[in-house]
Structure formats: C-alpha cells, structure tokens
Design a protein around this ligand. Structure first.
Ligand SMILES: *Cc1c(COP(=O)(O)O)cnc(C)c1O
Length: 331
C-alpha cells in the first residue's frame, strides 16, 4: 500500500481540501467507489471518512422519529450512536437471537420504516451474525437490513466480500457497511447498496455532507488493498486456517474461547483485573494481547483479544501458544 500512497501524494498532494460535495471528491475517490461497487456486486458504493462515519451517517439518514430500529445487543458503538442520534425507537435484541427479533417485529408493526442492523462478525467475541435468517425476517416483515462487515471484508466469502457472501445471504441485505481500517490495512469507511440508496445518502448523510473527504492518497491505498483481496486469495484462506489451528490448541489448554471460529480469538478471563494482569505479563513476554474490559464488553466477560493476521509467522503463533500454556487456567 505504501508505494501506492507515495505515487498518489506525488501527483495529487495530501489534503482533499473540502467535503465531497464542495470539491473534495477527486478522480481517485470516484475510481475507488466504482471498484467497491464491482467488488461488492452492488449498483453503487459511497466512501466515508471512516467506518464510524458510515454507520452514523447511514442510520440517521435512513430512519428517524416514527421509525423503528432493531439492533443486536453487541453491535459496534458506531451503530449504537447512530441509533441514538436518529431519534427512531430502538429495540435491542439479545445477541444473535432471531426468535426474540421475530417477536419484536411482530409486536411493533405500527412503525413507518423499520431497520434491522447488525455487525456481521462481532469485534469482541468473534461470532458471526445469522445473516441468512435475518434476511428472511427482513423480507417477511418488510424491513430494511443493514449489515456492518467491518471485520469480515477481505476475509470471508469466496471473493472476500464478507460474511454475507460466506452465508449466501447477500441478496437479502439492503446496505453493506465496510471499512478499510481492518483487514484492508488502511483508513476509510464505505456503504455498498443500490444507486437509489447511495443517492439518498449523498444528500442526507450528515457525516458525508459535512466532513472533509479522505485524502485521495488514502483512496489510492484502498484501490491497492482491493487488488490484493482480488489477486491474493490465499491470504484469507491461510489466516482462517491458522485461526482454527490456534483455537484448537488453546481449547486443549482449557481456555474459555466462547463459541466463535473467526480470526478474532477471545480468551475469556472474567474480571477486568485478571484481564489486565494477564495482558501485562504477556506483554513482558513479547506478546500484544490487549485487555478488553467494560464498557467494551459486559461485566464479567473481560477478555484478552488475540487478533490474528496473515502477517503472523508460524513461529510467532507457536510461541504465543506455548507462552499461554504456562498461564492456562487450572481446572
Ligand atoms: C472498527 C469498526 C467500525 C469503525 O470503523 P473505523 O473505520 O475504524 O471507523 C465500525 N463497525 C465495526 C463493527 C468495527 O469493528
């Protein structure tokens, strides 16, 4: 990505100068939006300055007073803030619980527009959302379905589009949110959707209209990372295989890893104190496993998050597994 950024800076400079609708939207932004739509298989795509801005701007543009939102209990903070700011009535359903969601949808038919919103791969516990079932419910109850693929873009699905592709649920999803900040190794959020929705967001999403566009060099990095996703699919298969391997080794050591199976491997340790203590010890041994505590997770569910990447060598992963051996929970 670095040479791509250098080349762009040398030709178009650094700052974009203004919000997209004034004059901040350049040729590289336009090309990235075109490539994003091709990548996602949607009519159109729209770039935001971050994933946070994409969620906040989209939710508040789609629903307002008199509308209803159905939001998974473990959704990302940017979704939660979007729900709050929108003024819509928000129903929080228990994590990945489609039965509860169905009950809520049945009991709240009087609202005007209804929006179901979920992460596709939850950033703290590594679980996948049941997108196929959510898509069925959205269709049955004529709700809009918005899915945040932040942690899955570039990693899940045959073409790396995310969990929706992995589960075959893409057709039932109306808006897909992504970010360049996770697997794509850069910065910038996006929405992929129909042309009609994208046109609406261009006019209504306040975090798009009233915020300076990303530097074009960041868009150039985005183009390069999409190319890598397209042309080097072995990166994502290798990472998911390695994650499965690490999980099975850590299970044998008695760690509580929850039920997930993604590249995010949580080690549940209980209290914030236990999490900080273990994280500090591992740091001294050369491993960065951040302690995740309330309010990022509910009380009692503090954890150390192992975020595996393609760049980790077999040796470093093996070294982590043996370091954890000496700290493992005793039965
Ligand atoms: C990281 C993340 C975001 C925010 O994306 P940024 O580009 O970092 O602002 C949004 N949603 C989810 C699920 C995330 O994990």
């Amino acid at each position: 990505l670095v040479p791509a950024v250098h080349r762009a800076i040398d030709t178009v400079g650094w700052g974009s100068g203004a919000s997209p609708l004034i004059c901040g939207h350049g040729a590289i932004h336009a090309e990235l939006e075109r490539q994003l739509a091709l990548f996602e298989g949607t009519d159109a795509a729209l770039l935001f300055s971050s994933g946070f801005a994409a969620n906040l701007g989209s939710i508040t543009a789609l629903v307002g007073r008199g509308d209803a939102i159905y939001s998974d209990a473990k959704n990302h903070a940017s979704i939660i803030d979007g729900c709050r700011l929108s003024g819509a009535t928000t129903f929080v359903f228990p994590h990945r619980d489609v039965t509860s969601l169905q009950g809520l949808l049945e009991d709240s038919s009087a609202f005007r527009r209804r929006l179901i919103v979920t992460d596709s791969l939850f950033s703290m516990d590594g679980n996948l959302a049941p997108l196929d079932k959510l898509a069925e419910l959205a269709e049955q109850f004529q709700a809009i379905l918005m899915v945040d693929e932040a942690h899955a873009t570039g990693l899940y699905g045959k073409d790396g589009r995310g969990v929706a592709q992995h589960l075959g649920a893409e057709d039932g999803i109306h808006l897909r949110i992504g970010t360049f900040s996770k697997a794509l190794g850069s910065i910038g959020g996006f929405v992929a959707s129909s042309q009609c929705v994208v046109d609406w967001l261009v006019n209504r999403a306040r975090s798009y209209v009233f915020s300076t566009a990303l530097p074009e060099a960041a868009a150039a990095a985005g183009l390069e990372s999409l190319r890598l996703v397209r042309e080097e699919p072995h990166r994502r298969t290798r990472l998911l295989e390695r994650s499965a391997h690490v999980r099975s080794q850590l299970r044998q050591q008695n760690w509580d890893l929850g039920s997930a199976s993604s590249q995010i491997v949580p080690l549940y340790v209980g209290t914030p104190q236990a999490a900080v203590e273990l994280s500090t010890k591992l740091r001294q041994e050369g491993f960065l496993l951040p302690a995740i505590r309330p309010p990022s997770v509910p009380a009692g569910e503090s954890l150390l998050r192992i975020s595996l990447t393609y760049g980790h060598t077999t040796d470093s992963v093996d070294a982590l597994v043996s370091a954890l051996e000496s700290h493992r929970p005793r039965p």
